[in-house]
Design a protein around this ligand. Structure first.
Ligand SMILES: Cc1ncc(COP(=O)(O)O)c(C=O)c1O
Length: 385
């Protein structure tokens, strides 16, 4: 029996993974796997990124953690970078340890300011692992947007639509996940989101964007919310921010920071604003900029989507969709997906298999040739079905 508790609900699939490089993982038997999942969507720069590793070693060999009573320039610089890429210049940023925590802090801040009790999110939004966001029986307004996806008004979504009129005045914050990562990789209509944002703002609520998965270039823009022409009050970032190192961030706009200063707010966590996490975040942002990886995700993602869509000719596939390098392939039957998943793994390809759907989120640095080879292997397995 293993000494390690695995309570993720996911079976451990691969043997001992001992090494990595870019988009590849290697096991102790010398097998190579193309990681089309980026771990848990956490490594946009690929595994064992040399610049990030150097930044980790440099920072760890001076000061990794000093405690929240001491400041450090690297944290200042990293916060400035986050505020620049989120467009929340003039605001402030705090570094934390996980996406779940960034969402938790965002909700606490909004409730502290607005004094309103209800959190609103789209019905299929994943907001983290804490019980405070998993159990949504009380204090939540879940907006079911399935009808909106096929609404005849399309991009002319009307603010007088009954569903929008039902949004209660008691909403403290709308936590918007701009592309359901853990659900079905669907992207809500922009006009719907703009209308919701307008209503929440008019009622005195805040707009929190959950860009934990869709952020850091994944969808071909810096952040998923950039596809929606909205200006959030708070942006939660995780996963890709650390490229595998557990650092997350919450960027907060100037107005909200002003409101927090008017009414003292306390949130204490041992690793808040640790220099090591901040150094990693700073370097990840620099690499994304220097290597123009956000545009690369848009261009490469567009080509990859087109290639994957050719698989929809197979009777086994019902839909292929995506935005940037965040894609999904849906199967007509779950059992076919399960079978193909196992075969892909055997052939050295890792995708994320979720009940009849593959989620595919490769590192932004992946080679085009690797993506094309994957599509051909996938096609040959579909042909055998
Ligand atoms: C959209 C989204 N939000 C929040 C989280 C929570 O992040 P973490 O697992 O780092 O706590 C996840 C994790 O999968 C996620 O996909």
């Amino acid at each position: 029996m293993s000494n390690v508790l695995n309570c993720t609900g996911h079976e451990l699939k691969l043997p001992n993974i001992v090494d990595s490089a870019g988009a590849y993982l290697f096991d102790d038997r010398g097998n190579r796997y193309l990681d089309l999942e980026s771990g848990v969507w956490c490594t946009p720069l690929g595994h064992k990124n040399a610049r990030v590793n150097t930044a980790i070693m440099r920072q760890a060999s001076s000061i990794a953690h000093a405690g929240f009573c001491f400041s450090n320039n690297i944290v200042e610089d990293a916060a400035k970078s986050v505020l620049e890429i989120t467009g929340l210049d003039g605001g402030q940023c705090v570094f934390l340890c996980s996406g779940s925590e960034a969402i938790e802090l965002a909700r606490q801040i909004c409730k502290h300011i607005t004094k309103k009790p209800v959190t609103m999110c789209l019905h299929d939004a994943y907001l983290g692992s804490y019980s405070s966001v998993i159990h949504r029986e009380n204090g939540w307004h879940l907006f079911d947007w399935r009808e909106c996806a096929v609404c005849p008004n399309g991009e002319d979504c009307k603010s007088q639509c009954p569903k929008l009129k039902d949004i209660p005045d008691s909403v403290s914050e709308f936590v918007f996940e701009p592309g359901s990562a853990s659900g079905f990789v669907r992207f809500p209509p922009a006009s719907l989101i703009r209308n919701i944002v307008e209503i929440i703002r008019a009622q005195g609520g805040k707009i929190v964007v959950n860009d934990v998965t869709t952020g850091m270039g994944r969808t071909g823009e810096w952040f998923g919310f950039n596809h929606y022409q909205i200006e959030p009050d708070l942006v939660a970032i995780g996963k890709g921010l650390g490229n595998g190192y557990p650092v997350s961030g919450l960027a907060i706009n100037r107005k909200t920071i002003g409101e927090l200063k008017d009414d003292i707010f306390i949130y204490v966590q041992s690793h808040q604003n640790d220099p090591l996490g901040a150094a990693v975040a700073h370097e990840v942002i620099e690499v994304l900029i220097d290597e123009d990886l956000v545009s690369r995700a848009a261009i490469l993602g567009g080509k990859f989507l087109k290639e994957l869509q050719t698989l929809a000719n197979s009777k086994c596939i019902t839909e292929v969709r995506g935005r940037g390098l965040m894609l999904a392939v849906e199967f007509a039957e779950k059992t076919v997906g399960d079978r193909i998943y196992d075969q892909l793994l055997e052939k050295g390809y890792i995708v994320c298999n979720r009940g009849g759907m593959f989620r595919i989120d490769p590192p932004l640095v992946i080679e085009e040739a690797d993506l094309l080879r994957f599509v051909e292997v996938f096609r040959s397995l579909l042909d055998e079905e």
